[in-house]
Design a protein around this ligand. Sequence first.
Ligand code: GLV
Ligand code: MN
Ligand code: MN
Length: 405
Amino acid sequence: MSDTFHAMWRSLRPIGRSDATGGYRRYAWTAADAECRVWFQAQAEARGLDYEVDRNGNQWAWLGDPSRGDAVVTGSHLDSVPDGGAFDGPLGVVSSFAALDELRARKVSFRRPLAITNFGDEEGARFGLACVGSRLTAGQLTREKAYELTDASGTTLPQAMEAAGYDPSAIGPDPERLARIGAFVELHVEQGRALDLTGDPVGIASAIWPHGRWRFDFRGEANHAGTTRLADRRDPMLSYAETVLAARREAELAGAVATFGKIAVEPNGVNAIPSLVRGWLDSRAADQESLDTVVTGIEKAAREYADRHGIDLDVVRESFTPVVEFEDALRDELGRLLGGERPVPVLGTGAGHDAGILSGSIPTAMLFVRNPTGVSHSPAEFAAEDDCVAGVTALADVLEGLACR
Ligand code: GLV
Ligand code: MN
Ligand code: MN
């Protein structure tokens, strides 16, 4: 089994990889994304699976007739954050195909239809909203809102889809498709060190923290960096910088996390005071109340700093995902199917996933594979070969239990 895993891993590895950083730049509806999609289709066809793209651009590879219903679906995503690691997303897709190979080697018979998926635009790196493919399908993103999504160069989502050869006119909720699914299981590299600390190669997800993205626009006045007296400036960078520190402070107080990881500056000249500093806040907490406390605290501080420097401030919530508690019954079933001498650890995560989005519509569960450093969304993201193989075996055991017995 590890042979097929490795062959797939090797063939996927060069796609969208930056030689300069070793990180991945697989953004939705770009050339790298198209190559990933060709790769997925080839894997499906090589296994004699029925390949289709749904109305929202998500890819599906079916074994058995989907119209029979109660399907077992597994998969993840192939897109990446800017300079992302090799594992976040692809490990789930590659492991899904490898698990199917393993089940065929075990000569099991399938009682339920099985599908492998690649959900589009999970990371939201290009259009700013995460999980676009699964959100559309689950009806958590309307067609109208999706049509308004725009990338940094002004290209809209429908324009990008069209340029990639897909028809955007049909995007929207897909309840008939979801109604045919009995369970969705997503395998993912762990994005923390919980499994490293417990000494287990594989874990089961309990919950996903509530999380969201907020855009802070600080507007001041562009002026000459050399001739404008400090007292005469309306410099939005100052209020922005103070807000970053406030975010750290508020997150620490609430036991949460808050990150300004993306910024846009206008006019972006080294010798000009900025007219606009736009910063995107990503914040997450174990519960809604803590998240509200953090974000309210950061916004309040930002408004005080903005006032002090004569800056106009707009804060817009661009996306939000409430807490996800994965369904007890399916989670316990996974625990039973994987139960050995000691129980498989059950862990929560601060990372968002398509499985979290779909959990509002269908029973979903997740498996995590140990990440020895916990580093993710970085070229340094890693999982050891033996652990990847353990992940494939666990996924195969789960799929066998769900689809074959
Ligand atoms: C996706 O990986 C996210 O948690 O932002
Ligand atoms: Mn990710
Ligand atoms: Mn992911």
